[in-house]
Design a protein around this ligand. Structure first.
Ligand SMILES: Nc1nc2c(ncn2[C@@H]2O[C@H](COP(=O)(O)OP(=O)(O)OP(=O)(O)O)[C@@H](O)[C@H]2O)c(=O)[nH]1
Length: 910
């Protein structure tokens, strides 16, 4: 039991308690504030409100035997009503599944469920108590009426391989969702449930899962760390209230950590950091803390340091908590039991004292309340500030985004995970602590969506997946109101009514049906036909929101850089492939599917090689499509190099009817950013990397022909404006060389001519689109290639060969060389004065750190994407496996004519 809780209960600190209550092992076993806690000294009368719900036997964190022995409350624990009266540590499920039945002759345990609502109460009472504790726990979780204040919508974000899935699997086990800890390396994790994820040992789909911890409901979203799935992270981050950032204690703050960190910054998501893999050789907690400052710009608040490690022990075994001044040791195979003992004199204690002093000092800079407490109650002694006060101060500054609590451990060795779960409860916000969501109306006005359970329903579909049995599963976050099962809702993005068949709470691949999803919560809707990722859902009778097309804001999706062709194995396969692609598109808005006008081939484009590889995998294996997939190719862009003005007449016969329109198009290349800024200031519209202008003021009816003149086209200026814009967008989507989208061009459409009833909005759009195509052909079309900013981390002595390779055959430009841990003077001064980071040499991981510390450097370069294909293996051989790299697209670059000819030949075949 943490000191803080003892102090809370006793209302006295260890030193001021007149008797030995805080050190009495019998009295201080319980961390569940439910139960009557009686202090042996008798003069402390804790005024702890009774926990609403007696923790049932099955939620004990120890196995049956251990529980009985360690709790020392055997009599109370297994009493007649089968309620575990005093438990250790937390509300974990007991491994002894059948115990309630065995101990009570098969009768149902009596639970105090008076506070649970009628329908749920009935379900609980009718439960078959022969079910496993696992199932029981899930049901219990679902049925407990968690208040919003006890809900945490949390994401786990990090660089690939930092240990997100490994940590999450432990969380699920300790929370009672799984009986066994899943292992990424064995491919049996709960969170990575797609076959493709298990095969590769990585997370692709951010699976959402719900579990209970210390009387709170945690909705947890695991997110992928690979750069190809940045959109998946973005989707998750915008519905989160808080996040746990996992850092690899050996690698420190890595490139993708910086990307996801900045994504979380954009949505002001409070975070805690967990420095994982502290058992590995080369792990350095202090260095990683400093990098949180230098690379992420955040203010780290160290709340734990690695515990003492004997040279003989096999890796990290303990953590010192500097808030409670306890040593936490994990001493069983699954790490479910934590032994907490007060820190005793020695190097770790001395370091912890330094850490606590720094923590209180840091908090005092950021929070006035702690300053008052420091002087008034702790009499200026850092060690006398109560743990509970420190925790509350940490919570306040974390919620305000002023600081990030930092914890450490080794998830793979089952060390340090429960404190991370505690930190989620203690330091991260509930939906009530977050600002209102902002929605937009179609007239541009904004509305605050306050969290009100009785308010109008406003929900965001943040993810769609396809389940072979249940069909489309739409993950939603309800921002206001209550989403009921079997209700009718309205999708303001697709403008259509949808029927909610069922609502589910997800336990990764296991599910529980629920009657409603309340404001502030995350759940899954089954039965929606058209809803896609990013759509906004409201009540079907909310005419105001429907009329104004209320939108919670969509995610900006960067343009895809890779594509491949898909060829059905036979004509009968066309339909199933089309259906499968439709499903994939609904799930993943960063995928694009189109048909090549020349070859008639279906093409799919995506964010990276891995992204498309996964799509291929899912089409062939999950959807069982029989198709040949073409080679992965780069998605180039097209532009023009000169100006052109053309007048175009569109005159066609469609289904026996003549359709006509005419327009003028002026096209020119955009020279640079300044050119674009100038045009934007002059009122041009930006679409991707191009600018558009539509002028329908000089729209004229064609009057040369009496028949045409007599049949007015009756198209309003507004309709014409929209039709011209549609035509321009369609024209921009297809260049003249290889049908890649156009970029860096400025197009103006004017002089629209209408031909009576022969002109429809469709014919205007088609006319403008064709005109753009003709104009591009005349304006010296050219190909552009995706350019990447590449960061390569290598050892000092490998810089030469890596740079030589980059600037040689790979056509790259090196733009900088940095130390991998930029400990500049500013950071160094802060580390010494304000930011506390323990010395690595004295710490667990640091014992090995000294041996391993070869200085690494980061090479920054701009390189064409085409030169980066297969770079991982090239870098591996250049650096003997030690180099790592990350890259992101920064735009499209010019190509030499030779190179352009080669690419055209490669793609067209001539
Ligand atoms: N030694 C050690 N290895 C760890 C630890 N945590 C995770 N690993 C290993 O690191 C590798 C990556 O772990 P994952 O949990 O898959 O990492 P992830 O962040 O989920 O990776 P992605 O899903 O690909 O983004 C696996 O081989 C784990 O066994 C740790 O604390 N210590």
């Amino acid at each position: 039991m943490p000191n803080s809780l003892k102090e809370d209960l006793c209302k006295k600190t260890k030193d001021t308690c007149s008797k030995s209550c805080n050190n009495n092992p019998v009295d201080n076993q319980c961390d569940v504030p439910t139960l009557k806690w009686t202090c042996s000294c008798g003069d402390n009368k804790p005024s702890v409100p009774s926990y609403k719900f007696p923790i049932p036997f099955t939620m004990c964190n120890l196995d049956h035997q251990n529980c009985a022995t360690n709790c020392q409350h055997l009599g109370k624990q297994h009493n007649a009503d089968q309620v575990c009266r005093l438990q250790c540590d937390s509300s974990f499920p007991c491994n002894s599944e059948k115990a309630p039945v065995d101990k009570n002759n098969g009768a149902a345990p009596k639970l105090d469920i008076s506070h649970i609502s009628g329908k749920n109460q009935a379900t609980l009472l009718n439960l078959d108590w022969n079910v496993s504790s696992f199932f029981f726990f899930n049901i219990l979780n679902t049925l407990l009426d968690f208040t919003v204040a006890k809900t945490r919508n949390i994401g786990i974000i990090a660089h690939i391989d930092a240990g997100k899935t490994t940590t999450t699997e432990r969380m699920l086990h300790y929370a009672g969702v799984t009986r066994k800890i899943g292992d990424v390396d064995d491919g049996d994790t709960v969170m990575d449930y797609l076959q493709a994820e298990r095969d590769r040992g990585i997370t692709i789909n951010s699976a959402a899962i719900t579990f209970g911890w210390r009387g709170h409901r945690i909705n947890l979203i695991d997110t992928p760390g690979h750069v190809d799935f940045t959109i998946e992270v973005e989707r998750a981050v915008r519905v989160l209230d808080g996040a746990v950032t996992i850092l690899d204690g050996v690698a420190g703050v890595e490139a993708q950590t910086q990307t996801v960190w900045h994504q979380a910054d954009r949505y002001n998501v409070p975070r805690v950091a967990f420095v994982n893999k502290m058992d590995r050789v080369g792990a350095a907690f202090g260095r990683t803390v400093r990098e949180i400052r230098s690379k992420l710009g955040a203010r780290p608040l160290v709340v734990q340091i690695p515990g003492p490690m004997e040279e003989s022990s096999n890796g990290m075994t303990s953590v010192a908590d500097i808030v409670t001044m306890e040593l936490l040791e994990w001493d069983n195979a699954t790490g479910a039991t934590i032994k907490r003992t007060p820190l005793v004199e020695g190097p770790t204690f001395e370091e912890a004292v330094r850490g606590r002093t720094a923590l209180v000092e840091s908090l005092a800079e950021l929070d006035d309340t702690i300053v008052e407490l420091f002087f008034d109650q702790a009499e200026g002694d850092h060690m006398q500030v109560k743990a509970s006060d420190i925790k509350q101060a940490i919570r306040r500054v974390t919620l305000q985004g002023k600081a990030v609590p930092v914890l450490c451990g080794a998830a793979f060795k089952n060390i340090g995970v429960q404190p991370v779960m505690d930190a989620v409860i203690d330091y991260l916000p509930s939906p009530l602590d977050r600002p209102s969501a902002i929605a937009h109306h179609n007239n541009g006005k904004k509305t605050d969506i306050a969290l009100q359970e009785n308010g109008k329903l406003v929900a965001l579909a943040f993810k769609v997946t396809h389940d072979p049995r249940r069909g489309a599963l739409v993950y939603v976050r309800v921002y206001s109101g209550k989403l009921n099962d079997r209700s009718t809702i309205f999708n303001t993005t697709t403008n259509s009514k949808e029927r909610v068949n069922r609502l589910l709470q997800m336990y990764a691949k296991d599910v529980e049906e629920i009657p409603h999803i309340t404001a502030g919560n995350i759940g899954v809707i089954v039965g929606l036909r058209d809803t896609r990722t990013g759509d906004t859902l409201v009540q079907s009778n909310d005419s105001a929101s429907i009329k104004s097309k209320l939108q919670l804001g969509r995610i900006d999706i960067p343009s895809p850089v890779f594509f491949m062709a898909i060829e059905p194995a036979s004509a009968s396969e066309e339909k199933p492939i089309e259906e499968a692609l439709k499903k994939l598109l609904r799930e993943d808005p960063s995928l694009h599917v189109w048909t090549d006008s020349e070859s008639g081939q279906t093409l799919i484009s995506g964010m990276g090689e891995l992204h498309l590889e996964i799509v291929k995998d899912r089409l062939l294996n999950d959807f069982k499509c029989k198709a040949d997939m073409g080679k992965m190719r780069i998605s180039y862009r097209e532009t023009c190099q000169s100006e052109a003005v053309i007048n175009h007449v569109y005159d066609k016969e469609l289904l026996g009817k003549r359709v006509r329109a005419a327009c003028r198009i002026a096209l020119r290349p955009l020279a640079d950013d300044a050119d674009m800024e100038e045009a934007l200031d002059a009122g041009w519209d930006k679409e991707g990397g191009s600018l558009l202008q539509v002028d329908v003021d000089d729209m004229k009816e064609y009057t040369d022909d009496a028949e045409v003149a007599s049949s007015s086209s009756a198209i309003s200026q507004e309709e014409a404006q929209q039709a011209v814009k549609d035509g321009l967008l369609s024209g921009l989507s297809r260049g003249a060389l290889l049908s890649f989208p156009l970029t860096r061009v400025q197009i103006r459409a004017d002089k629209i001519q209408l031909f009576g009833a022969d002109t429809t909005p469709g014919s205007i759009a088609a006319c403008v689109s064709h005109a753009v195509f003709d104009a591009v052909k005349q304006a010296s079309p050219a190909l552009l290639e995706p350019m990447m900013e590449v960061h390569i981390e290598v050892a000092e002595d490998q810089i030469g060969s890596v740079v030589g390779d980059l600037s040689g055959t790979r056509r790259g430009h090196v733009i900088g060389l940095e130390s991998s841990s930029p400990e500049n003077q500013f950071v160094q001064q802060e580390v010494n004065s304000v930011i506390y980071a323990p010395p690595d040499s004295a710490m667990a991981g640091g014992v090995h750190h000294q041996e391993h510390a070869t200085q690494k450097r980061v090479i920054k370069a701009h390189v064409p994407l085409s030169s980066m294909i297969g770079y991982s293996s090239a870098l591996r051989s250049l650096t003997a496996g030690n180099g790592t790299f990350s890259m992101r697209i920064i735009g499209y670059g010019d190509m030499s004519q030779d190179r352009e000819r080669t690419v055209i030949k490669e793609i067209k075949g001539y």
